[in-house]
Design a protein around this ligand. Structure first.
Ligand code: ZN
Ligand code: ZN
Length: 237
């Protein structure tokens, strides 16, 4: 199709079905469409300005990155999951396949890193993988989408196959205490040593809940020779 025709057709569609902001349902302008949410909604979402302790959830002061020393990673959690808009964006992405929400989340995660004062240069982005049967069910891996957008924004390497989910675990919500969750996740991942050895890694996920999944992934990456690992998640539950 000639591109002029496509443009006219898009304009007709815009008039008939103007794209609406996922969050406030107002009509969006052209620049906002790629994100799926309008500029005023994006700027109203509170971005966290500090790292979080992965164990006790303490907000860490500027000069402090470690609180509980037994945790082998830093936690950069961009947004509060308790915020209805954040919850809605993640829901739209995971369950309604609104994949553009990944772009908005990635943008907010980047703002978070900037607010904390982290400027990643010597890092590789790795998503938390889904088991392939779950990925088939959903049709995509939300962490992979988010990770690809952030890596692209920073112009840094993205390795979608650095970690592989080798064990199908039961949903974390069904397992109760910390030890049970840890046991449930044990041996869930395998890491490609040829990719991760001596690398600094941003491990990307959508929501940080109990932390058992990320902790297991970090331990797997470290066993394969990864240097520093920062868990970069969209939301802290
Ligand atoms: Zn809006
Ligand atoms: Zn702590």
């Amino acid at each position: 199709m000639p591109s002029s025709f496509v443009k006219i057709w898009e304009t007709v569609l815009d008039i008939l079905f103007p794209p609406l902001c996922t969050l406030c349902e107002k009509t969006m302008n052209r620049d906002e469409r790629e994100d799926g949410i309008c500029a005023s909604c994006i700027s109203s979402i509170p971005v966290k300005t500090a790292f979080t302790c992965p164990k006790c959830r303490a907000r860490l002061a500027e000069n402090k990155k470690v609180c509980h020393k037994d945790m082998p990673f830093y936690l950069a959690a961009a947004l509060p999951y308790g915020d209805e808009r954040v919850k809605k964006l993640i829901w739209k992405l995971k369950y309604e396949k609104h994949t553009y929400a990944a772009r908005s989340l990635a943008r907010l995660m980047r703002e978070h890193l900037e607010a904390v004062g982290v400027s990643p240069s010597d890092f590789t982005f790795v998503p938390i993988p889904l088991h392939k049967s779950r990925e088939r069910e959903r049709g995509f891996n939300q962490s992979e989408l988010i990770g690809a957008f952030i890596a692209n924004a920073f112009q840094l390497p993205f390795e979608r196959k650095a970690l592989i989910r080798i064990k199908k675990t039961s949903a974390q919500a069904e397992t109760k205490n910390r030890n049970e969750r840890k046991e449930n996740m044990a041996g869930a991942f395998s890491a490609r040593e040829s990719i991760v050895k001596n690398k600094n890694i941003f491990l990307v996920d959508d929501v940080y809940t109990s932390g058992a999944t990320i902790e297991e992934a970090v331990r797997t990456l470290k066993k394969a020779g990864a240097k520093h690992v920062v868990a970069l998640v969209a939301a802290l539950a």
